[in-house]
Design a binder for this molecule. Structure first.
Ligand SMILES: O=C(O)CCC(=O)C(=O)O
Length: 345
């Protein structure tokens, strides 16, 4: 594919090149035979390329009607093969590079969070902070046409990238993620906000695939005694929860109000995921002082334009009152579990 060409522009280019070959066939026999072979070779190349995954993954990144319907009714949908095997391998080698040499005792705590249940020499990382801002490989993916074209179908033409993370969930000690709604961490004026979680390893129940409660859910309470807990604190009917296993390269798109969780990783396999957040440009954070500034520090327009209006579709939102000294969802939930046990099966 030509750099920057859309699949349809590339097809037009391919057709044009064919036309040039055909128009030159009025030359001496010797030249014509050479050209016929060249044309044949080129055609075979085009056919071969159209069968390779990268070409198709660009063409196939369009949400289907039933996926959009499921997103509206259930709050999520699953998208197989969003990433090719080679894209997954590329991301994993970048994660290895970023995490190399880090231990519990010695790591850059502005970039990484380590799993707590290991010795000081332990190397298992829990989370890589903000990959789509700090590392070019992930940044360019977060701004790629491959991702933004389909996202336009659910967010409209003006899109803000909000934040990202890599949750490693390492083998045997990977942390639980308690039931929560992303929007509870940073309420917005409307619900046009989506997270996309991409499995970089095959994920199943044993290594802690994501679980979601389908349906249209209002914002639920995430606080106790006036302090934000980072997890749902009101009674939650988890009998309808679905596990969402998937092969590496599979993505889950879920709305900011979809309650989701994942169990600890008790398997001998990691469950690495890249998670990216986006919102419509007319969904503005409800300003809660310093905390909102912090939560929105990586936000940037990645498609279209800034919005001149804020759109409202939330009747009411809970306002999170964060405890001090917690850097992530994991740390908030660890703190919360000191007074109330885990609710994830
Ligand atoms: O990694 C997971 O299982 C879920 C992650 C999640 O919901 C989050 O980090 O906000």
């Amino acid at each position: 594919m030509e750099p920057g060409a859309t699949p349809s522009a590339q097809r037009a280019l391919d057709n044009e090149t064919h036309a040039v070959y055909i128009s030159t066939l009025s030359q001496p026999l010797f030249c014509r035979i050479a050209e016929i072979f060249t044309a044949l070779g080129y055609s075979l190349y085009v056919i071969f390329r159209s069968k390779t995954h990268d070409f198709w993954s660009l063409e196939a990144n369009v949400f289907l009607q039933h996926q959009i319907e499921q997103y509206k009714s259930d709050g999520y949908f699953l998208y197989k093969d969003l990433l090719s095997e080679s894209q997954v391998a590329h991301f994993l080698s970048e994660i290895d590079r970023v995490c190399a040499g880090s231990t519990v005792a010695e790591h850059d705590s502005t970039r990484l969070e380590m799993e707590p249940n290991q010795p000081l020499t332990g190397k298992r990382v829990r989370r890589v902070y903000e990959p789509c801002t700090y590392y070019e490989v992930f940044k360019s993916y977060s701004e790629s046409q491959e991702l933004l074209d389909p996202l336009e179908q659910i967010l409209g033409p003006d899109i803000v990238y909000t934040s990202s993370k890599i949750n490693v969930k390492p083998a045997e000690i990977g942390s639980v993620v308690e039931w929560h709604q992303d929007m509870a961490y940073g309420p917005l004026t409307n619900r046009s906000v989506v997270a996309l979680l991409i499995y970089l390893d095959d994920a199943d129940i044993e290594n802690g695939c994501l679980q979601v409660i389908p349906g249209s859910v209002p914002m639920l309470k995430h606080s106790r005694d006036g302090v934000f807990q980072g997890r749902i604190t009101e009674p939650l009917d988890t009998s309808k929860a679905v596990h969402l296993p998937g092969k590496k390269g599979t993505a889950l798109f879920f709305n900011g109000l979809a309650p989701h969780a994942s169990s600890p990783n008790i398997s001998s396999r990691p469950r690495r995921t890249l998670i990216l957040g986006y919102r419509a440009a007319d969904a503005f954070p409800i300003h809660l002082g310093e905390q909102s500034v912090k939560s929105d520090q990586f936000a940037r327009i990645v498609r279209g334009h800034k919005s001149e209006v804020a759109r409202f579709d939330m009747d009411r939102v809970y306002v999170p009152n964060y405890p001090t000294n917690t850097k992530s969802l994991y740390e908030l939930q660890d703190l919360s579990r000191r007074t109330q046990p885990s609710q994830v099966a």
